[in-house]
Design a protein around this ligand. Sequence first.
Ligand code: AMP
Ligand code: MG
Length: 290
Amino acid sequence: MDLSKYRITQAKGNHLKDHETDDAAGLRKGKEADALLAANIERLRERQEVLFAHNKYGVLLILQAMDAAGKDGAIKHVMSGLNPQGVQVKSFKVPTADETDHDYLWRAQAHLPARGNIAIFNRSYYEDVVVVRLHNLLGAQNMPAELSDGDVWDDRHRQIRDYERYLVENGILVVKIFLHLSAEEQRERLLKRIHDPAKHWKFSAGDVEERQHWDKYQDIYEETIRSTATEYAPWYIVPADRKWFARLLVSEIVADTLERLPLSYPELDDKQNAVLEECRRILEEESEPS
Ligand code: AMP
Ligand code: MG
């Protein structure tokens, strides 16, 4: 699959409106797409094992989207190919009192991936330049008023670029995915959550409220993506109106990311090889149990 169409590494020329929400790269739902997803899950499985054994790089996968865009489903599918030992999922909610007593990057820090591991962020510090900006929550979140003027969002975008550069320069890869949903598809999915009793638990009246700010959210997301898309920490705009395609594309992005890393199984030095040889001798010379 050609990912360049979805990958954003700079502000120039990148507008959300130019990205279709129902694009499926010419694929159709069904056997062919299922086989591609299964193949990607297998690619993921293989590469994660080497990532873990190599134990030098970590991978941070960030998922951002409007409500009901399919973040949970995408995470579930990617996870199905991964060894749970080497992957952690963290969902970022409305900050607690303890969290608003700190700077906004503080709460992410404890959940960064260790070397050899993958961390998946279901929402992230990007909420601090999206929902916080839209609802003007800086004061409520204890930011000093004199540091909350008009430049604060540009400042935060720069801080995020710097933070992600720091991570990448220390071997923690950063990949950011925006699930790009249409307002109409969101409406249908929210209605489904109301109609289907098994989905009631997923429904939140707040989602309908947030939906009233749809255009403003799109504008803020567009500006955020443009300002924080870099060569070292790209954004991917994933068309999300078709769940099956979004999941396939997310699996492709993660597999592609892992395959670009210079990973290898660690090689033993002479001393370690000698130990291995000695252990082999001891085990082979043990008498078989009678
Ligand atoms: P959900 O992902 O559906 O469980 O919802 C989590 C909610 O927490 C969403 O409405 C987010 O916008 C909100 N949230 C996450 N991070 C922040 C933040 N830093 N400030 C305010 N709200 C946040
Ligand atoms: Mg929700």
